[in-house]
Design a binder for this molecule. Structure first.
Ligand code: AGP
Length: 602
């Protein structure tokens, strides 16, 4: 999804912008651009495609001395990914970059066009810069003009604007899309995510919805409803290395291998001998809670779905799971006895955020499970359990999913104990299994090699069915999502017992079935379901600790003593399979076509 960076200071502005945009590349984009004002000179560069193209275009440009600069990576929403539609958008003397969607842009555009304003692009963003300049033409000073402009906008936005009318300032505004201001003690940086400024800035202020203002050398003015706001800056991590590939071919690969380590981080200080402890949660937080509703999207939805089996089975608490974009418009019946959980890697997913706002509005207690501290979802929730996966760069989520599952498993045990739903010896067994998870998640070289070899047989066919039962059904959904995201092959996740109610009609030798066959959960049932498919000549790749002769291909797993250990082990297998198929097909594993890392529009 779109990324924003801004800089105000003496350093080489082009480099800072392009470097910052590079750190946001993982979010997905289809064009990029920068605008730099140094002294009297206001220059801009835009290019379709990768940042390399932009770099080439701006190769001979250098700016000296104090100046202001803004940059953007665009993921097309209104208008095709062309150079004209790329940001920054300009008027006669100003430039703007914007994330989000201006919902009333058509009305504004028509009005301004009637006044003789000429639009160059098809974007909603261009209206912002024209509104601003139109207000100046009507006699307002730049500050008034900016306030007037953002007052007219409906929808979600994070905006940076620079103008010859006030050449030493950057104007900014945030409503519904993330934006932060950071500093190294001297210069000022702006970004839609702190990834872009880590390593340069030391601390950051994460703007709240409705905040706007301007920055200039040595001064920052932030307002909310015309009142000045005091910014409380938070320290930023300095470790940029975390965000690099460290010798792996792709971030996704590195992140698969990291899962063992990050899951140990997730557990640190939380898995104790006597049970689960969450420093972040007051004991009383769950008082009066009778059931759970979870909302999420994509991979996060899959972790929610898997956890719902555990909440009901182990913690004996009713749990409903909804895709956030569906929840938003179904006019759901909500009860104050429901704990509303949102799960999100980024903490910025628009649909999940809106679902959370709805729950808050209805007075529900809210808990988020999130990977990004200070993200919008975290800030809005009553309480948060951070997943501690570290920055996840691959668009296809891997370690975020693993850590979400771990936090959810821990929460299940925490609630099970609190509700008296679990016996002491069973809790002990669960904790013992939990402590083995980091080992289970270690990637054995031999397994990776085997999957690499097998992958060459799975590059064609008319589709993949990932099938599983119980907990392993959401894992099948997740396995299929991973494959389709990065291989562009059609894949579906299905509950194995449902195949005979329709999809089995597709079975022939060109239908690839990836069968998740744990020995600890419904093994015999699963076996019969796979036999039914095999009898119709489907090609079967079985993943199981039990040898399975009728499978065409077989990946033997090692840990069968607990469903969650089987879950984690099979998860790694499905991730590696997707990775290797995608690599063989020559795809960009980390930045698959049409996808964005953080989906901040609905
Ligand atoms: C995962 O591989 C996906 N790219 C995607 O489904 C993602 O999980 C979804 O967009 C939700 O994102 P979030 O966890 O940041 O809210």
């Amino acid at each position: 999804m779109c990324g924003i960076v801004g800089y105000l200071g003496e350093k080489e502005k082009k480099e800072i912008l392009i470097e910052g945009l590079g750190e946001l590349e993982y979010r997905g984009y289809d064009s990029a651009g920068i605008a730099v004002m140094a002294g009297e000179e206001l220059r801009h560069f835009k290019a379709v495609g990768k940042l390399e193209n932009l770099k080439r275009k701006a190769e001979n440009f250098e700016s000296e001395g104090y100046g202001v600069a803004i940059g953007h990576t665009r993921w097309a929403t209104h208008g095709k990914p062309t150079e004209l539609n790329a940001h920054p958008h300009s008027g006669a003397f100003s430039y703007v970059v914007h994330n989000g969607i201006i919902e009333n842009y058509q009305q504004i555009r028509e009005r301004l066009e009637k006044e003789g304003v000429n639009f160059l692009s098809q974007t909603d963003t261009e209206t912002i810069v024209h509104l601003f300049e139109y207000a100046i033409k009507r006699g307002m000073d730049p500050h008034e003009a900016f306030v007037e402009t953002i007052g007219e906008l409906e929808g979600a936005f994070a905006i940076l604007l620079i103008s010859r009318a006030e050449p030493e300032k950057i104007f900014f505004a945030k409503n519904g899309s993330p934006l932060l201001i950071a500093t190294d003690g001297e210069d000022i940086y702006f970004a839609s995510s702190d990834t872009a400024v880590i390593g340069r800035a030391k601390e950051a202020y994460y703007l709240e919805d409705g905040e706007y203002g301007w920055a200039e050398r040595g001064r920052l003015a932030i307002f909310r409803e015309k009142e000045m706001v005091e910014a409380h800056f938070k320290n930023l991590p300095s470790d940029k290395a975390m965000a690099r590939k460290e010798g792996y071919r792709f971030f996704m690969e590195k992140e698969i291998y990291e899962q063992s380590r990050v899951i140990a981080d997730t557990m640190l200080g939380r898995v104790l001998d006597e049970g689960i402890f969450f420093e972040e949660l007051e004991e009383s937080f769950f008082d009066g809670i009778e059931n759970i509703e979870i909302c999420a999207c994509g991979t996060s939805y899959h972790s929610a779905l898997a956890a719902s089996y555990l909440f009901e089975r182990v913690a004996k608490i009713e749990c409903r799971v909804e895709i956030a974009s569906e929840f938003r418009y179904k006019e759901p019946l909500l009860s104050k006895r429901t704990l509303f959980i949102t799960i999100s890697q980024s903490g910025e997913t628009a649909d999940t955020l809106e679902a959370l706002k709805m729950a808050k509005k209805s007075g529900l207690k809210t808990l988020s499970i999130c990977n990004v501290d200070n993200s919008s979802i975290v800030r809005l929730s009553d309480a948060t359990l951070l997943t501690r996966a570290g920055i996840e760069k691959g668009v296809a989520s891997t370690k975020a999913f693993a850590t979400q599952m771990m936090v959810l498993w821990m929460l299940v045990l925490y609630l099970a104990k609190r509700r008296g739903a679990i016996e002491a010896c069973r809790l002990e067994e669960e904790l013992e299994a939990m402590r083995k998870a980091p080992k289970v998640l270690m990637v054995a070289e031999s397994l990776h090699q085997r999957i690499h070899r097998l992958s060459k047989r799975y590059l064609h066919g008319h589709g993949f069915f990932y099938i599983g039962r119980d907990l392993f059904y959401p894992l099948a959904l997740e396995g299929a999502l991973k494959l389709k995201e990065i291989s562009y092959l059609h894949a579906e996740g299905y509950p194995a017992g449902e195949m005979k109610h329709g999809p089995i009609a597709l079975a022939d030798s060109e239908l690839f079935t990836i069968a998740l066959m744990p020995s600890s959960v419904l093994y015999e049932k699963m076996r019969s379901n796979v036999e039914e498919l095999s009898a119709r000549d489907a090609t079967i790749l079985a993943i199981s600790p039990e040898r399975f002769d009728i499978a065409d291909d077989f990946i033997e797993t090692r840990y069968s003593e607990h469903p969650m250990l089987e879950f984690f082990e099979m998860m790694v297998v499905t991730q590696l399979l997707a990775l290797e198929i995608s690599v063989r097909l020559g795809n960009d594993v980390d930045m698959p076509r049409n996808l964005a890392k953080s989906v901040t529009v609905e």
